[in-house]
Design a protein around this ligand. Structure first.
Ligand code: ATP
Length: 434
């Protein structure tokens, strides 16, 4: 099974989904750059998430907060004190290990050297703001996007006057100085989160937590993740983060084992109370019907963009035997696929065919991500598009010049249909609706 990961890594590099970061310098370990197809896939995942969680609802507002925040935010949130992993260092090879990953707590798993006692290791990246690098200028790169929404709670109440229950949604970068990153983009030190902070009356929190778990579980299935590869895993009390009362992870069955895609937690009123105390601002919600002021509870669905992209890639990847050839297909949901249609002239030495193909591609580009490709024979062009998950190939041949029809080939069934060039755009758009 592990070689599926090797195949994904190789496909990602070969086709331009994901490259090693700083590659020409030998790479910076565990950093990854999204290439031309990767950025499209990632943007489509974010767009699909935003659509389901912001645009299709009346009770969620979008936000985009700064990565750099006042250092007091992280004191109040508990991250300065509590956001650490226990680690041990090898006295011989100097490698660092997460305590929880070690079977034998005394022996280095790499060189069998002696390990140090376990020590807390704060996961927040530190940096300095401004020209002077002293304690007063110390700030952190945010380890979660959530706090940007808590510190804007008052701004949102004052500007938009939402009524409970309501939520804020945000997609953005987060940074954690992970001790053991790995598995391509699964665990990195720089990643993107998609988070919702959903404010509810305290007595509704348990019910809303369950609703969000179900809703987000369905979202992955809607976009094509196979049901048998997705599960919910409630946390035991010893696993809960310092701010959470209850949490359920949505896990995906990666080639390296079941692992978290998203955590959905009941953060109670912990964060708002902490920030109220620390900032001196009244962060209670005022219910003008009941004339009462109180701290709402917060339900937080918190997912990772990069992990979700990786899960979609792994789930979509398959190989099939076609005659004596192996066809590699990324059977991505059509809405998520980086390119929607590839326009391919069957004979590139016939100027009229090339001209028609180029005109069709130009027109389609106004409505979807479409590409024109004439750099190989048709069989090879099809395989190339299958490998990057393009749902439709549009082929122009000699007959197209006579009947003004193109051949549309479906990625999954490989069925071909002749469609009038004038109806092509509508035909494709209808099948592509996200
Ligand atoms: P893990 O247990 O895997 O370290 P976590 O429980 O610490 O994850 P959360 O704090 O719940 O993660 O963060 C919410 C989401 O952010 C995770 O479900 C994951 O999708 C994403 N995420 C967290 N850390 C990383 C990372 N180092 N690299 C990529 N994505 C991450």
């Amino acid at each position: 099974m592990a070689d599926v990961m090797d195949k994904i890594v190789s496909l990602c590099k070969r086709r331009g989904f994901i490259f090693q970061g700083s590659d020409i310098y030998g790479g910076l370990a565990n950093t990854w750059d999204y290439g031309p197809y990767g950025v499209e896939l990632k943007n489509n995942v974010k767009r699909a998430w935003w659509k389901a969680n912001v645009y299709e609802r009346d009770d969620i507002l979008g936000m985009d907060a700064s990565i750099l925040m006042h250092p007091k935010v992280w004191e109040a949130s508990g991250h300065v004190k509590n956001f650490f992993d226990l680690k041990r260092d090898c006295k011989s090879c100097k490698k660092r290990f997460k305590d929880a990953d070690l079977k034998d707590k005394n022996k280095c798993p790499e060189c069998a050297g002696e390990l140090t006692e376990s020590r807390p290791f704060n996961l927040m990246f530190e940096t300095h703001a401004g020209a002077v690098s002293d304690e007063a200028s110390l700030i952190y790169l945010r380890p979660e996007t959530a706090q940007g929404m808590f510190v804007n709670f008052l701004n949102i109440l004052d500007s938009r006057h939402p009524k409970l229950p309501f939520g804020l949604a945000q997609i953005g970068k987060a940074f954690r100085n992970e001790i053991t990153p790995g598995n391509l983009t699964f665990r990195t030190r720089e990643f993107e989160q998609m988070e919702i902070e959903y404010f509810v009356r305290p007595e509704d929190a348990d019910k809303k937590l369950q609703e969000w778990i179900e809703l987000h579980f369905e979202w992955y299935l809607n976009y094509g993740i196979k049901k048998e590869n997705l599960r919910k895993r409630p946390h035991g009390p010893e696993e809960l983060a310092h701010y959470a009362r209850a949490c359920t992870d949505i896990e995906y069955n990666f080639p390296f084992g079941w692992s978290e895609l998203e955590g959905i937690a009941n953060r109670t009123d912990f964060d708002l109370k902490q920030h109220a105390e620390s900032s001196g601002q009244d962060l209670r919600y005022f219910d003008d019907k009941a004339k009462e002021r109180f701290y709402p509870y917060i339900i937080e669905p918190s997912g990772g963009v990069d992990r979700t992209v990786l899960a979609f890639l792994v789930d979509a990847y398959h190989e099939e035997q076609v005659k004596d050839d192996t066809r590699v297909v990324l059977a991505l949901d059509k809405g998520l696929a980086p390119v929607k249609a590839a326009v391919l002239p069957l004979l590139k030495n016939r100027p009229e065919i090339v001209e028609l193909a180029r005109a069709i591609s130009k027109d389609l580009k106004q409505h979807m991500v479409a590409v024109y490709d004439d750099t190989a024979a048709i069989g090879k062009l099809y395989r190339r598009q299958d490998e990057v998950g393009t749902p439709f190939c549009v082929t122009i041949d000699v007959q197209s010049l006579e009947d003004n029809k193109a051949t549309v080939r479906d990625r999954d069934s490989m069925q071909q249909e002749r469609i009038s060039v004038d109806a092509l755009k509508e035909y494709l758009l209808e099948k592509l609706t996200i």
